[in-house]
Design a protein around this ligand. Structure first.
Ligand code: HEC
Ligand code: HEC
Ligand code: HEC
Ligand code: HEC
Length: 121
């Protein structure tokens, strides 16, 4: 019984995500962030926590556990016209999800005010 209900919950969790993707007119083939992570062996729980019944929305800490902030800032230091991972306004503390979406096309948060034309993966 335990096993069956766990499987059911896992299926429901997956179905919710599929529904979400479908309602956005997307599919796994579009390769949003979560899909590209899955392709590298990063599963749902690594971003949403172990409790599939109560998936946690990823925070900046979730992401920086794997993508160390300092290393990230260094990695994109030469991106033109400016490093997207550090700014005079937010330092390197701007929540990742302002730009990187898990299951939808990412956005360029800075261009509300600037014209940096970043391509956010
Ligand atoms: C369990 C570890 C892990 C977690 C948690 C994680 N990532 Fe990743 N991420 C990876 C790995 C591994 C890669 C692939 C690295 C490579 O190919 O060099 C990657 C690649 C990326 C890439 C670049 C490649 C691409 O296809 O877009 C971005 C952007 C990214 N992650 C953002 C995030 C964000 C934002 C979060 C939090 C919502 C996050 N990651 C959470 C491990 C993780
Ligand atoms: C202001 C928007 C923005 C925010 C906020 C942001 N990113 Fe990014 N990220 C970008 C852009 C733009 C790129 C692509 C840079 C380039 O052109 O190489 C990128 C690239 C990446 C990459 C791939 C780096 C590489 O060269 O392999 C990773 C990993 C990543 N981001 C993780 C994160 C994580 C983790 C956070 C939160 C701590 C975060 N990002 C916050 C815009 C953002
Ligand atoms: C790289 C990290 C990452 C992975 C892996 C990932 N997600 Fe997400 N997920 C996110 C982010 C970030 C959000 C917040 C909304 C957004 O950015 O699209 C989210 C949102 C969701 C939501 C909406 C509820 C909420 O927490 O906001 C569901 C449901 C969901 N994901 C299911 C899944 C399932 C199922 C899988 C595995 C197939 C998965 N996710 C894999 C990052 C991830
Ligand atoms: C709400 C509007 C707003 C947002 C969002 C915003 N900025 Fe700015 N930013 C400004 C203003 C206003 C200035 C001051 C402009 C000046 O002095 O010419 C500025 C100045 C800067 C500067 C120094 C001056 C320059 O243009 O070289 C950098 C670098 C910068 N911003 C980076 C960023 C980055 C990176 C992001 C996204 C993570 C971002 N900003 C998001 C409004 C914003």
């Amino acid at each position: 019984m335990m096993k069956a209900s766990k499987a059911l919950k896992a299926a429901l969790f997956a179905a919710t995500a599929a529904l979400m993707a479908a309602s956005m007119g997307a599919s796994a083939a579009d390769g949003f962030l979560a899909d590209r992570h899955a392709a590298k062996g990063i599963n749902c729980k690594m971003c949403h926590g172990p409790d599939e019944k109560n998936p946690q929305t990823p925070t900046i800490e979730t992401c920086t556990a794997c993508h160390a902030k300092d290393a990230l800032v260094k990695k994109t230091a030469n991106v033109k016209p400016t490093n997207p991972h550090v700014s005079p306004h937010y330092g390197s503390d701007l929540d990742c999800s302002n730009c990187h979406f898990g299951h939808a096309a990412s956005e360029n948060f800075c261009d509300q005010c600037h014209q940096f034309k970043f391509k956010v993966p």
